[in-house]
Design a protein around this ligand. Structure first.
Ligand code: ADP
Ligand code: MG
Length: 352
């Protein structure tokens, strides 16, 4: 169980000229045990979508179903869901133990069972030794762990996260996202996670929902989103991308096909008398898909598949080149720099 379905969910705020459509016809199914991330720039409707799932906000239209039950009939506290916030939202006057126990006390869970279940939640977050502390005696990472323990202890069918790691420093963020994933796998609870951080989305998710202006732009596994982005927006938002003009050498009278010709090969297309060139399409090339080699022949022209290094940055595990080419400046990332010499700025390189 734990199948969450959003059907044609819409949310508008305000009226008349001030009307803002925050969420615009969102259809989404989260499968039982699945970890789904809503990813997109600030203001694209992620939080509003999450708040409608949780019941803090009611949709203008559409439905929210959990295992076939209409959730809109229930207020937030009656939905079998738990939410983890960026601000942790711990009770400052309660100990760690009591913070985690809170939801179980509301549900009138017997004392012995309560102690066991809180104990398990604290242990799985590595908090056992901190049970009697107050929140202000904890670090940010520890407070976030308490918030996680408090969410999981009530055994929700759905866990909801709204940018829970934004207040933590970079290193702790990476560590906590591994913990969140480990915990979620362990418990097998369907999860919806909101973030604007693409690395977070890539590392946590079974599937990513890319949102833009209140709408879903693409849904897919991290791999699908990265390798086959559905739009320029998605390609640009997830990872880095070069966008190149595509010269389309269409020779339909003979082959019935159009060839896509870029960079060096474009030369041969130009030479082809029947080639029809247009810039109707955009080609996306990831920086790591571009091969760079030192150009040996002493040619000093930026033509065809030759470019000039404008900038070379050594990152240890990779070298990033900015290269001036015939079709504009492109970014190439070369891994294994240890085994390759770094081409200096100003030199010509061959690109493929
Ligand atoms: P995100 O979480 O992706 O940054 P939000 O869901 O918070 O985006 O907001 C989506 C849009 O809805 C934004 O334009 C925001 O200004 C608007 N919005 C959100 N909540 C309200 C509200 N309570 N009243 C009016 N507008 C709102
Ligand atoms: Mg938000």
């Amino acid at each position: 169980s734990g199948e969450l379905v959003l059907r044609a969910v819409e949310k508008s705020f305000g009226s008349g000229e001030n009307r803002v459509t925050a969420v615009d016809h969102v259809d989404l199914t989260v499968h039982p045990g699945e970890f789904v991330t809503l990813l997109g720039p600030s203001g694209c409707g992620k939080t509003t979508t999450l708040r409608m799932i949780a019941g803090f906000e009611s949709p203008t239209s559409g439905s929210v179903l959990l295992d076939g039950d209409d959730m809109l009939r229930f207020t937030a506290d009656r939905r079998p869901m738990a939410m983890v916030f960026q601000s942790y939202a711990l009770f400052p006057h309660m100990t760690v133990f009591e913070n985690v126990a809170y939801g179980l006390r509301l549900r009138r869970v017997p004392a012995k069972q309560l102690k066991e279940e809180v104990g398990f939640a604290l242990a799985s977050m590595g908090l056992t030794a901190l049970a009697e502390r107050a929140p202000h005696q904890l670090s940010g990472g520890q407070q976030q762990r308490v918030a996680l323990a408090r969410a999981m202890v009530v055994k929700p069918k759905v866990l909801l996260f709204d940018e829970p790691l934004s207040n933590l420093d970079a290193k702790l963020r990476v560590q906590m996202r591994l913990e969140i994933r480990r915990l979620q796998r362990l418990l097998g609870i369907s999860s919806v996670y909101v973030t604007h951080d693409q690395d977070e989305a890539m590392s946590l998710s079974d599937r990513i929902v890319v949102m833009r202006n209140g709408r879903i732009e693409q849904v897919g596994t991290p791999d699908e989103i990265y390798r086959t982005p559905a739009s320029v927006f998605v390609a640009d938002f997830i990872g880095r991308a070069n966008f190149l003009d595509v010269a389309e050498a269409s020779d339909s009278s003979r082959t019935g096909h159009a060839d896509i010709v870029v960079l060096g090969e474009r030369m041969s297309a130009r030479a082809h008398p029947d080639a029809v060139q247009s810039a109707a399409s955009v080609l996306m090339v990831r920086p790591e898909a571009i091969r760079v080699r030192r150009y040996a022949e002493g040619d000093d022209q930026v033509v065809g598949n030759h470019g000039r290094v404008l900038n070379a940055v050594f990152y240890g595990e990779s070298v990033e080149y900015e290269i001036e080419t015939e079709v504009g400046t492109i970014v190439a990332v070369v891994s294994d720099p240890v085994y390759e010499e770094i081409v200096p700025v100003g030199e010509l390189v061959g690109i493929s």
